[in-house]
Ligand binder design. Structure first.
Ligand code: NAG
Ligand code: NAG
Ligand code: NAG
Ligand code: NAG
Ligand code: NAG
Ligand code: NAG
Ligand code: NAG
Ligand code: NAG
Ligand code: NAG
Ligand code: NAG
Length: 461
């Protein structure tokens, strides 16, 4: 299953076209792992287990305060809750041309998530590992590479990551650890197996020149808990957004071509109290959503800032952005709001668009707000509207190099335009209704103004 019809922006900004991209699902025996991939991660029952580490992390090959090197060899284990390699307490490891095979189940999912129990390679507690030209295969559910603890840094290059089973993230960092990866090809077949993922309290993931493909629900390309950086990454998440971000996390993408298959292109939320300070940035990139009910960008129960520079949002829904009084549940398969949890709050989103041509609507639900700022030769063809119940607010601004083509009448709170004569509006007969009382509208002096194309800019109560 190679990804067809994808432009590999990594090659050159001009290399738009149809090419095939190979990932480990193209050579692995997927049917042999079909059963593995039906195992659902269930944190809500006893499988979650304690949030603290209940026993030392077990590994077939364990190194503490030691320098270790492996090359041109195969290392494997078949045992529950047991890593192949544990590199810890200030160790340094170099793995080159190694084949690593990990089988065996995870008993406590929380311990796998927060500490890397059962990961194929666990690098912890101020250790450093350099992994190149290596093949890491996991069955039954386990991270390929887990990095944990302040001062832990893992470098991965020219490496393939394959996994089956639940909670099998490719590169997974928690406890302030950092992973730098380049030329990685990752595939996961299970649920809740994001390719490049952080976990509490924070993980820092930098990925460049890489390919990622996920098949399962809840398996995004990036999962931000901490910071994620993707440069020259091509990815397809068949049943997930390309990004989940939980809380005040930061996600930066440049030259990426990412396709999402469920919920939305990106999903930024807070699983606990609403957090302020989530950041999302796309530069020279393309984000595609593959079904008709998916917006490109989705925000709920969070206060966030987004930036789109020279970026294409390709949706079949015609919805560029949703800000909702909602969040994604831990099943990662639907959005749920107050009907499931009375503490969920609306989203407040500020989006800055530059050098981008966008077609589609921005939609706010039930108390949410969207600030939508078009700058530097951007164009927007679309509308802003409120959906669901309750009111919502929109602030739209354009600089004098940007163009807005209306597709229906819109109601906004603040409206500011760098072109004070509004020549950069293509109204197509539609009108913009602005709030008389909003501070940003003082320049309009409560006037009704004709717009190019027959529509009007007019005050509302
Ligand atoms: C890392 O340090 C913590 C705290 O001392 C300890 O509980 C844990 O077992 C260590 N992890 C590894 C893999 O050695
Ligand atoms: C690992 O590789 C680095 C850089 O090539 C080298 O400096 C270091 O000595 C190696 N460590 C071991 C344990 O082989
Ligand atoms: C390993 O875990 C699996 C799945 O939970 C279980 O069926 C099996 O009995 C466990 N094996 C051992 C040796 O505990
Ligand atoms: C992560 O960093 C925080 C803040 O510096 C620190 O309190 C915490 O102990 C660190 N956690 C680990 C596992 O190193
Ligand atoms: C991993 O193994 C597969 C199957 O043998 C091979 O096609 C691929 O090139 C290997 N990847 C690396 C990085 O060695
Ligand atoms: C309900 O939402 C609040 C705030 O978002 C969160 O802290 C709490 O854990 C949620 N409860 C459940 C059962 O999900
Ligand atoms: C948009 O995505 C669809 C698939 O959903 C694809 O067929 C189409 O070529 C894409 N268009 C552009 C301009 O990328
Ligand atoms: C908006 O939130 C409501 C309430 O949670 C939910 O039912 C609906 O599916 C959400 N829609 C979108 C597009 O986010
Ligand atoms: C909208 O939000 C209000 C207050 O936050 C809440 O009471 C109401 O149930 C929400 N409605 C929907 C459909 O989410
Ligand atoms: C829009 O963005 C420009 C450039 O970043 C900034 O100067 C301006 O203040 C923004 N306008 C609004 C209304 O946020």
């Amino acid at each position: 299953m190679s990804f067809k019809h994808l432009a590999l922006l990594a090659l050159s900004p001009l290399a738009l076209g149809s090419i095939s991209v190979i990932d480990p699902s193209d050579y692995a025996d997927l049917s042999a792992d079909a059963k593995d991939n039906t195992i659902l991660a269930d944190y809500t029952t006893d499988n979650g287990g304690p949030m603290y580490l209940s026993a030392d992390i077990a590994g077939r090959y364990s190194y503490s305060d030691t320098d270790v090197e492996y090359d041109h060899t195969t290392l494997s284990v078949n045992a529950n809750d047991t890593s192949v390699l544990v590199i810890t307490e200030g160790s340094t490891a170099n793995l080159s041309y190694v084949t690593i095979v990990k089988e065996g189940y995870t008993t406590w999912l929380n311990q796998a998530s927060f500490f890397g129990v059962n990961a194929a390679v666990n690098v912890a507690n101020a250790s450093t590992a350099s992994i190149d030209h290596t093949n890491i295969t996991v069955h039954n559910g386990a991270a390929n590479v887990f990095a944990y603890g302040t001062g832990t840094t893992v470098y991965v290059s020219d490496t393939d990551l394959y996994s089956s089973g639940p909670v099998s993230h490719g590169l997974y960092a928690a406890g302030n650890a950092t992973i730098h990866a380049s030329s990685v090809r990752a595939y996961s077949g299970g649920n809740r197996c994001s390719s490049f993922s952080g976990d509490t309290p924070a993980g820092y993931i930098h990925v460049s020149d890489s390919i990622a493909h996920t098949a399962g629900i809840g398996s995004a390309i990036f999962y931000a808990l901490g910071e994620v950086y993707g440069t020259n990454v091509v990815g397809v998440a068949k049943q997930a957004p390309v990004l989940f971000s939980d809380g005040a996390q930061e996600a930066y993408f440049e030259n990426v071509d990412l396709t999402a298959g469920l919920l939305a292109g990106t999903v930024m939320f807070s699983s606990a109290e609403r957090q302020t300070g989530a950041v999302l940035s796309f530069t020279n990139s393309r984000l595609t959503t593959s079904t008709e009910d998916m917006p490109a960008l989705w925000f709920g129960n969070v206060i966030a800032q987004a930036s789109l520079v020279a970026t294409e949002l390709n949706t079949s829904s015609g919805v560029l952005l949703v800000a909702n009084s909602s969040q994604v549940t831990q099943a990662f398969d639907h959005f749920a709001g107050v009907e499931e949890n009375s503490s969920i709050k609306p989203a407040q989103v500020t989006v800055s668009v530059a050098e981008s041509d966008l077609v589609g609507d921005i939609v706010a639900y039930n108390g949410s707000s969207i600030v939508w700022n078009l700058t530097e030769h951007s164009s927007w063809t679309g509308s802003a509207y409120t959906a669901g119940t309750g009111s919502a607010s929109f602030t739209v601004s354009l600089d004098d190099t940007s163009v807005w083509t209306l597709t229906s009448d819109v109601t906004v709170d603040d409206f500011t335009n760098g072109d004070t004569k509004n020549k950069n509006i293509r109204s197509k007969g539609h009108s913009i209704h602005y709030s008389k009382s909003a501070a940003g509208n003082a320049w309009l002096k409560s006037r009704t103004i004709s717009l190019p194309g027959g529509g009007k800019l007019k005050p509302r109560a």
